[in-house]
Design a protein around this ligand. Structure first.
Ligand code: ADP
Ligand code: MG
Ligand code: ZN
Length: 478
């Protein structure tokens, strides 16, 4: 019997606002515990929340970018539950009237486009953090995160495999990063995902009972946790058991999902409208203004890179994966860099160095115009391809211009025939044995001679000239 998986994701994205959602406390990550708090976000009685306009704008941007309808009228609700990291005893969230509804994100699976529906996007506040550390029999609570603005992005159960789930998450992350509304850092928890999954026999139209997996903090774990859970559910059904609707936890160490608690229902939370906040009424003009300010999105950018710069699909995909990468590329091209050459240097040397140093492209120490200058020097024969690599790394490390590096280090390519000829003659007279072997037909030795000449000239000889001269001398027999 074959089965099909049905998956829906609930993604929480921490927004990159400077301040919290209902008070003016800063949102900086990693500050000393409980230094970014005030009476509002630690839930003192008698305080009143005030909505952060920027958080609302960010959520509207996200709604528009994911083709949602922006509700002209939405409202906050209290979600009641008790937990030490939630000082008020309720979380301010949205319930029956969310800000955004009925959108979609398009993903690509084996070159096929597929739409994953977005049920809703709503605003809510984050909770604090319990810390179970130290020798004593206690837990500590850090409320710096309490009140940090979150968006909850709920997908329709349109996802059919762990791979599709990862594609969807990655696409969503790219969109959030393009918008600049969330940094998408899963390890630091600024992008979190709960995965709902059920299985059904192929051909069946009704959904099976689902479980919800929490605690997934990387793309790899999204895939692993879902793969595990799908197999587990199939095994349960095949052995005649029922799936319990429950919340499970991903245990990354063991690579398994484990039961955490029975699934809570909406009525367990005793939702009711938040009386301390007025309903959100978004004027149409504001929505239009936000729509007009949206950046070009990755799919559109990719199409443009393909047609405008004639890049291969692979290059275009990679360059549009981060807005900052695409911007770096276009800046270089606008300064006169040949598109494919710029792409090659970015995907090769630049990515290698950035990865090595674990530096994001946003903090790339190399300015696009230096690459363009270097490409010109390569083009006009001042430096060889091999030297260019060294110059590139030097520019990246020191921030110096390519011509300065070339001058200081004496890296100008030797194109002077006399000088190369001298080196060629020297090499041939040093290796009479190889010369006779070459002349006896062992032509692959040409590479050896080229290598020797390059070594003698410290890589500065123009390789094309070296080849020409070697062939000439070896065949003429002088
Ligand atoms: P809750 O409020 O209990 O979390 P929702 O109805 O809001 O439940 O759904 C949460 C998520 O679960 C959504 O992403 C939805 O697509 C997904 N989902 C709902 N039913 C199923 C199912 N049978 N199998 C897999 N996913 C499901
Ligand atoms: Mg839920
Ligand atoms: Zn505060």
């Amino acid at each position: 019997m074959s089965y099909e998986a049905v998956i829906g994701l609930e993604v929480h994205a921490q927004m990159l606002t400077d301040t919290k959602i209902f008070c003016g406390c800063p949102t900086t990550f990693g500050a000393e515990p409980n230094t970014q708090t005030c009476p509002v976000c630690i839930g003192m009685p008698g305080v009143l929340p005030v909505l952060n306009r920027e958080a609302l704008r960010f959520a509207i941007m996200t709604g528009l970018a994911t083709h949602c309808r922006i509700s002209p009228y939405s409202r906050f609700a209290r979600k009641n539950y008790f937990y030490p990291d939630l000082p008020k005893g309720y979380q301010i969230s949205q319930y029956e009237l969310p800000l955004c509804e009925d959108g979609f994100i398009e993903i690509s699976i084996d070159g096929q486009a597929k739409r994953i529906g977005i049920t809703r996007i709503h605003l809510e506040e984050d909770a604090g953090k319990n810390i179970h550390e130290g020798a004593g029999n206690w837990s500590l609570v850090d409320l710096n995160r309490a009140g940090v603005p979150l968006m909850e992005i709920v997908s329709e159960p349109d996802i059919r495999s762990p791979r599709e789930a990862v594609e969807y998450m990655q696409k969503l992350r790219t969109i959030l990063r393009y918008l600049g509304v969330c940094d998408g850092n899963m390890e630091e928890g600024s992008l979190r995902c709960d995965a709902n999954v059920s299985v059904r026999r192929s051909g069946e139209t009704a959904f099976g009972t689902r479980t919800e997996i929490k605690n997934i903090n990387s793309f790899r774990f999204v895939e692993k946790a879902l793969e595990y859970e799908i197999k587990r559910q199939i095994r349960e059904i095949d052995s005649g058991r029922r799936i319990l609707q429950e919340t499970r936890l991903w245990n990354a160490e063991k690579g398994v999902t484990e039961p955490m608690r029975g699934k809570e229902e909406a009525h367990d939370y005793r939702y009711f409208p938040e009386p301390d906040l007025v309903p959100i009424v978004v004027p149409k003009e504001w929505i239009d203004e936000i729509r007009a300010s949206l950046p070009e999105f990755p799919d559109a950018k990719k199409e443009r890179f393909l047609s405008e710069y004639r890049l291969p699909v692979h290059d275009a995909n990679l360059l549009v994966s981060e807005k900052a990468l695409a911007d770096w590329f276009e800046e270089a091209v606008n300064l006169g860099g040949q598109p494919k050459a710029v792409a090659n240097w970015m995907m090769g040397e630049l990515m290698r160095l950035l990865n090595e140093d674990d530096v994001p492209i946003e903090r790339c120490p190399l300015a696009p115009r230096y690459l363009v200058e270097m490409l010109a020097l390569l083009e006009n024969g001042t430096i060889s391809g091999k030297i260019a690599k060294a110059v590139f790394e030097d520019m990246y490390r020191t921030g110096k211009r390519p011509d300065a590096i070339i001058r200081e280090k004496g890296l100008v390519q030797i194109s002077d025939v006399g000088e190369i000829e001298q080196a060629v003659t020297d090499v041939l007279s040093k290796h009479p044995h190889e010369v006779s072997r070459f002349r006896a037909g062992e032509e692959k030795l040409l590479g050896f001679f080229v290598g020797q000449v390059m070594k003698m000239t410290k890589g500065k000889a123009n390789p094309q000239k070296v080849n020409e001269l070697l062939k000439e001398k070896l065949s003429s027999g002088t």
